[in-house]
Design a protein around this ligand. Structure first.
Ligand code: SAH
Ligand code: TYD
Length: 404
C-alpha cells in the first residue's frame, strides 16, 4: 500500500490521472522518449498532505536543458523583487547570509547580489544556474539535501534566512531537507517559502497544477505538521496572487517567536473548506472530469464551425490538460510561447507544435486557449489588439468559459 512521504500513513483517497509524460519535456519532433509515469494524487488523513503517489526521478526533470526560466514573466520579476525586499527588511545582525533553494536564473537573489548581501543559490539545473551566475549570483549547482546543508554551515557559517519559491513542492525528500535547514540555520534563522496553495487549487479546481514536478500541494495545516516534526514552528502565512494563488510561509525554530493571528485564521479557514477531509478530493476529481467533458465539447464545436484554436503559453500545466483530456493538433493547432528553448518543439506526449510568439501575432487563431491562465492579467493587457480584432479567450479554470 503506498503511503504518505511525510508521516508514512496509508493514503485515504486517490485521484488517478493515468500515464503522464514529463511536463516540461518539450522535445524536437521525433525525440519523444516514450517515458510515462502513473500520475495519482493521494491524501494523507494523518498529516493532511496532498501529494503525488509516484514521482519521476528528480534528474529526469531538472537537468542541463531545464525549460523553465523564471525571468520570462515581468510580473514574476516584480514579485520576486518585492519578496527579496520583504526578506531583506527582516534580516537582523551584521553581515547576514541568505541561501535560496531552487534559485533558477537568479530572479530573486540578484537583488541580494546587487545590494552586496552574502548569498548562495542552490540550483541543480545547470543551464538556469549559469544564467544566474552571469548576473553575478553565487550559485552552487546541486540538489539541496541534508548533506548540502551541513556543507554550507561548515563552509560559510550559520545561515540567517533560507528562502525558496515554487521548489519545496518539487522535493519528495522534504523531511531530510528540513533536517538540512536545522543543521545550517542560526538559532534565530528563518525559513521563508512560497508555493501554489492547496486552498486555491481546490477552490478553483486548478487541477493543472498537478504534474510531475509538483509532488506536494501545501496547505497551512500540512506545512505546520511537516515542519513541526523537525523542531520548527509556522509563525506567519501570507497569501500571494501568483501562480494562480500561492501562500508564503515563515518558519522558525520552536519557541523563537509568537505565531501571527493569520496562522490560526487560515487553519480554521482550511477546516471550513474541508481540506482535512478525504471526501473533498473525491469531489475534486469529479469536477476535473466535468471540466474535461466541457472543454473537449467546446473544442470539438469550434472545429465543426471551422474556427481555429491555438494554445497560449506552453506551460507545464498545459501537459496535464492536454494529456488528461487527449487534446491533439487537430483541436489545438499550435501553442505560442515566448521561451526560446521551447520553440520548434512538440508538447510532451500531445505532440502539438510549440511555436514562437511571432507566429501568434502573424497568424492569430480565432480562439486562444489560455494555458498560462495564471498570467491572464499580464497577457490580456498585452493582447488587447487580438481581443479588439474579435479574438476570444478560452479558459478552463475554475470552469470552461469564453471571454469576452
Ligand atoms: N524559484 C524559481 C524557480 C522555480 S522552478 C521561481 O519561483 O520561479 C524550481 C527550481 O528548483 C528549478 O530551477 C529546479 O531546477 C530547482 N530544484 C528542483 N529540485 C531542487 C532541489 N532539490 N534543490 C534545489 N533546487 C531544486
Ligand atoms: P508558467 O505559467 O509560469 O508555468 P508553469 O505552468 O510551467 O509553471 O509559465 C508561463 C509560460 O507561458 C512560459 O512558458 C512562458 C509563457 N508566456 C508567454 O508565452 N507569454 C507571456 O506573456 C507570458 C507571461 C508567459
Amino acid at each position: 500500500m503506498p503511503h504518505c512521504k511525510i508521516c508514512k500513513t496509508d493514503f485515504a483517497s486517490f485521484i488517478d490521472f493515468g500515464p503522464m509524460p514529463i511536463a516540461n519535456a518539450f522535445l524536437p519532433s521525433g525525440e519523444d522518449d516514450g517515458y510515462r509515469f502513473s500520475m495519482q494524487v493521494g491524501f494523507c488523513p494523518e498529516c493532511y498532505m496532498v501529494q503525488l503517489v509516484e514521482q519521476p526521478e528528480p534528474e529526469r526533470m531538472f537537468h542541463e536543458n531545464y525549460a523553465y526560466f523564471s525571468s520570462i514573466s515581468t510580473v514574476m520579476q516584480d514579485h520576486f523583487e518585492q519578496f527579496g525586499s520583504d526578506v531583506r527588511g527582516k534580516l537582523q545582525g551584521k553581515d547576514p547570509f541568505v541561501v535560496e533553494v531552487g534559485s533558477n536564473d537568479g530572479i530573486m537573489l540578484r537583488h541580494f547580489a546587487d545590494a552586496g548581501i552574502r548569498h548562495l543559490g542552490i540550483e541543480p539545473s545547470s543551464n538556469v544556474a549559469e544564467a544566474a551566475r552571469q548576473r553575478g549570483v553565487n550559485t552552487l549547482c546541486a540538489f539541496f539535501d541534508q548533506d548540502v546543508g551541513r556543507r554550507i554551515r561548515k563552509e560559510y557559517g550559520p545561515v540567517d534566512a533560507v528562502i525558496a519559491a515554487n521548489v519545496f513542492c518539487h522535493i519528495p525528500t522534504m523531511p531530510a531537507v528540513i533536517e538540512g535547514f536545522a543543521e545550517m540555520l542560526s538559532d534565530e534563522g528563518v525559513v521563508v517559502f512560497e508555493d501554489p496553495y492547496l486552498g486555491d487549487i481546490v477552490n478553483k479546481t486548478s487541477f493543472d497544477q498537478i504534474y510531475d514536478e509538483h509532488v506536494f500541494y501545501y496547505s497551512v495545516l500540512s506545512v505546520s505538521e511537516m515542519f513541526s516534526r523537525h523542531g520548527f514552528e509556522l509563525v506567519d502565512v501570507e497569501p500571494q496572487d501568483v501562480h494562480g494563488g500561492s501562500m508564503r510561509y515563515t518558519l522558525v525554530r520552536k519557541g523563537c517567536r509568537q505565531p501571527s493571528s493569520a496562522v490560526a485564521r487560515y487553519r480554521k479557514l482550511e477546516r471550513d473548506l474541508k481540506l482535512d477531509v478525504s471526501a473533498t478530493y473525491g469531489s475534486f476529481g469529479s469536477k476535473v472530469e466535468a471540466i474535461g467533458r466541457d472543454l473537449t465539447a467546446q473544442l470539438t464545436k469550434f472545429k465543426a464551425e471551422g474556427k481555429r484554436v491555438a494554445g497560449y503559453g506552453a506551460t507545464s500545466k498545459s501537459t496535464t490538460v492536454i494529456h488528461s483530456f487527449g487534446l491533439t493538433p487537430d483541436l489545438v493547432e499550435y501553442i505560442s510561447d515566448t521561451t526560446p528553448s521551447k520553440h520548434d518543439t512538440l508538447s510532451p506526449g500531445g505532440r502539438i507544435p510549440v511555436v514562437p510568439y511571432e507566429r501568434f501575432q502573424a497568424d492569430p487563431p480565432d480562439v486562444a486557449l489560455l494555458f498560462a491562465w495564471n498570467h491572464a492579467k499580464e497577457i490580456m493587457a498585452k493582447e488587447e489588439a487580438f481581443t479588439r480584432a474579435g479574438g476570444q479567450w478560452l479558459l478552463y479554470v475554475p470552469e470552461v468559459r469564453l471571454l469576452p
